[in-house]
Structure formats: structure tokens, C-alpha cells
Design a protein around this ligand. Sequence first.
Ligand code: AGP
Length: 615
Amino acid sequence: MCGIVGYVGHQKAEGILLDSLRRLEYRGYDSAGIATLSLENNLYQTEIRRAAGKLENLKVFVKKNPCPGNIGIGHTRWATHGKPTEKNAHPHQSNPITLVHNGIIENHLQLREQLLSQGLVLKSDTDTEIVAHLISAEKKNNHADFITATRAAVQQIKGAFALAILDENEPDIIICVKQSCPLIIGIGLGENFIASDFTAILPYTNQFIILEEGDMAVVKKDSILISNFYGIEQKRPIKFLDWSPSVAEKNGFAHFMLKEIFEQPVAITDTLRGRLSFAENRVVLDGVHLDKLKYINRICIVACGSSFHAGMIAKYQIEDLAKLPVELDLASEFRYRPVLVDAQTLVIGISQSGETADTLAALRHAQSKDALLLSICNTLESSIPRLCQHSAGTLYTRAGPEISVASTKAFITQIVVLQLLGLGLAQQRDQITEDNLTRQMNALLQLPTAVETVLQQDSHIQKIAQHFVSATDMLFLGRGALYPIALEGALKMKELSYVHAEGYAAGEMKHGAIALIDEQMPVIVLATRGHVYEKLVSNLEEVKTRGGRIIGILDENDDTLKSRCEFSIPIPIVTKSILAAVATVPLQLLAYHLANAKGLDVDQPRNLAKSVTVE
Ligand code: AGP
């Protein structure tokens, strides 16, 4: 939800800001803007360039109207307060202060009234502009310097905010403020960088400081001073990241999403590395404080979107393996309920980004009831793992940065680590035989190859997608652990193709959704062999009888069922424990190709953003 960047150093800021914003655009693309401080006639002045729409519009504008200077800030917006127009684009200014903001100022209405009553004229409809005026007012009314004025202003605002701030009168400083939104500082030689996440500035540095809640940093080209909002100095460690900058590039693929779909075999292999010990016949849950889980008697999973679907699969996996009851809640619901959790409950938060506001709040809610917290996360050092570090810890997926708004490789690796967790708990609770454990570990090892096999269907799936470009509705049906995959397939289709799609438990269809089926309705049926195969075949026939257009996701040798479908996508025959992961891949490709065939922007679907850091 909005990305912010900053640069101070010896190079021209403009190019670095625009380049960094390009890698952050997944966080929002309603508008973009940069501001620099440039020296003219011995006086610094603020140059602001903004444009509605995607970053490309800003680039065109900046090309015609360069933005000189060696210090600057930038922003890519996901609109919350105020329409996505140029007027509401960041940076916002109240001379001599200019700033960019990620988050929401919750008390902005009250502050707005206060400022209006002082005769101030506001130029935008945003909550952000208020903060610029507050700092500016502190400077003017109380003769405060930039740092003191900022400190006084942030003490007045409530909500979530990551800010990068410039002051025309103190032109060698960027002040950064972090409260409930991510913000990192990249360390260079005679230059420093600011960004909402690592990937934005990876080409420039691999040394970072991660700001913590309530931090305020004064960043110059050769120094970084961190204090809290009350001026007490804070020490933060420097972290090294060995990611290659190419992780945030498309590397020849048309879209990040396609690249990330094709990266899944490697992402799974990386996620499994070192976690299957055949020598000792056990799974290694690095990062999880297993000893703390000895006396848990139930699990609650909280997550949103695709991560929630991974949690649904985990319910099947963990209950089956560890014989522990697993409940599931949408994080946005859990956080506002008087939930019945206690010290014997393990609450698992699943999040690719580690920054999703609802999931973070749900975990905090559980923490307040003494529950144990564990996170499944893809982003190192993000807020959710940090919250869990002194509780049960974090089991990281190792998918690498996921840039596409639609989650693919993060989702599949979530399924993998949750299966590992199920095995680890089963072992700890003596619920699994040695033989079964070896079998289950071997099954996981087969997963990358099985996914490779499905990826070979890419052009076949692309051709199928062409037949459905004018579809307005779709149904996805599955049973057991393939029911969450039906939901995930429908979510991918909705968010990318803007097709109204619904995932259904196949057995539930006859209780209502069957009324939707006519000759126009594409129905994707996940009908691999298993203990409910016959039931699924019956459900498929029910659809066929009513004229629905069936796309079957079938076992590769199931010629009988293939003959009953208009189209079919064969997937390799795999054991039940990895079937959900394998079956998700054709649905990712189907949604991708359909959106692409419709000419839609696959990596940046309308109205969405990758990290949902607002409620
Ligand atoms: C899925 O394609 C979406 N990007 C979305 O549903 C996502 O899974 C959800 O917002 C949760 O994000 P998180 O995993 O980063 O918490």
C-alpha cells in the first residue's frame, strides 16, 4: 500500500528515485511523484513532479521537466484518502516541508479541522498533507528546527505511517519516521537510500538498517542517526542481504507473474533445503521454537487472501498428521472478535509480505490473550516475524521476492512449509510412524518435478484460455484439500481477469450454485482420483447435464473423464499430500493467460496492491 523511497548522496537523485519506484510499483500504482532539493543562486528550492496513473506517466513528465538535485524522495500511491488524481499524488508540501507517506493518519479529520480553523488552505484531499502542515507550523510558530518540529508533529498524529521528509532549509537531511508501516535505510558509500522494502534499492546496496516501531532517523549522505519520537537514541543493527538485484527483474519473461509461476520448482526446492533430514528421519523446522509447542491443544490460523487459502489446506494437513484441531479465521474477522484463545493455543499467522495490517493486528490480538504466536512468512525481518520472534518463531518460505500482485510462488511454498509443520508436530506428538514420515518426506521431494511437468502444459493452457476471453462468470469446483485450491483458482481469476469467479466445494453446488449453470458457464472441475473421485465425477456430470462448459483438471491417464470434458488439463499422479500444490499451477496459468489474452495488466491489476498495510 504505497511505496516510498529516498536518496541522499553524490549522484543525481532523479534517476535513482524513479528506478527504485519502478521496483516498488507493485505496492500501488494510482499515481507517482518525486521531489528533490536543487541549488539555484545559492538557495535551495524544492522541485516537485507528480503524475496521476502509473509510474510511466511520471517518467514521461520528468523527462520533459527534469528534477535536479542530489537529495530527494519519491512515492507510488495506492489511494486511500482522496481520488487518484495529480492533486492528491505525493509528495505533499507545506513550505519549506515536503514529504511522502505510506499508511493512514487516523486522526486526520480532527487535525484538518484544527488547521482549517487557523486559516490554512489545503491543496489536496489526503490525510498526508496535514502532516506537512503540522511540521511546517511547528517550525514557524515555535521556531523549531527541522528535527524538533518533526518530532513534535509525529507526536500529534495517530495511525500507521512511514514518512520520508525534506526541508528546503536543511538541504542535506532526509528525516524518516516509522510507525506500523515498513521502512528501511540502505547504506552506501557517501550516499544513503530509503525504501519501503529491500528490493527497491537492491541494485545500490546490500546493507540495510530496518527501522523499528517508533523510530525516527535523520539520514545524511554520510551518517544515520536514529532516535525514538522523544529524542532518545536507538541502536539498530546493520543487516546484509545476499539477494541478487535480478530477483526484482523480469529476466526475459513478459510479466513478473509468469516468471514467478515458472520459478516455483526452484522456490519449492529452496524452501525444502536443509529441512528434510533423511539421516535422522525427521523434519527440521528452523526458526520454530518447537519446545514451546509441546503443550498446545489447538491451533488457530489467521491470514488473508491466498495466504488464507494456504491456511485452509493446512487445516486438512495438520489435523490429519498431528491430530490437533485446527480452526481458521480471516484475519480481518478474528481481530475484532472476543476470541477464545489461551496459552495452550498456537495462533499461526500466514503472510507473504509479513506486513498485512489485518494479520498483524489479529496476531497482536491473540498475543494479548497469551496465545503462542508462529508466523509463516516470505519476507525476512518484516513486522509479522518480528512480532513472533519471542514466541514460537517463524518458519520462512524461501520463495524470494514476489513482485506480481497475484501470489503464486509464495502461495505454493506456504503449502510446503505448512506440510513440514504438520509433519514436525506429528513427530513431536508421536502421531506418525517412521515409515509414514519417510514416505511423506519423499513425497515433498517429488513436488518440484511434478510442478515442472505441469508447467510444460503452458501453451496448452494458453490455447484453452483463448476460448474464454468473453466469459463473464466462472465456477471452480473441488473437494477436500482441492476445495481451497478451487477458491484460490477463483481468486486468481477475479483479481487478474476481472471475471466474476466463485470457488465451491463440489458437494455444496447442488445446494444453490447449480442454478447458475447454463451453456455460457465455464466450470473448472478439479477431479483427480482419490477417495471422493466418484463423487466428483457425479458433480461433473451434473454440470454437463445442465450444459456447463467443463475444463477438467485431471489425472494424466484419465481418458474416460477427459472424454466428458470440453477441455482438460492433465496433471501428474502424485500422493495426496502434495496434490493441492500441484493442482494450483494450472489454475495460475489459466488466470494469467486469460488476463493476458484480454489485454489486461497482469502484474498490476486494477484497485489492488501487493502489501495491504491498511485495514
Ligand atoms: C493474492 O493473489 C493476493 N495478492 C492477496 O490475496 C494476498 O494473498 C493477501 O493480500 C495476503 O497478503 P500477505 O500474504 O502478504 O499477507
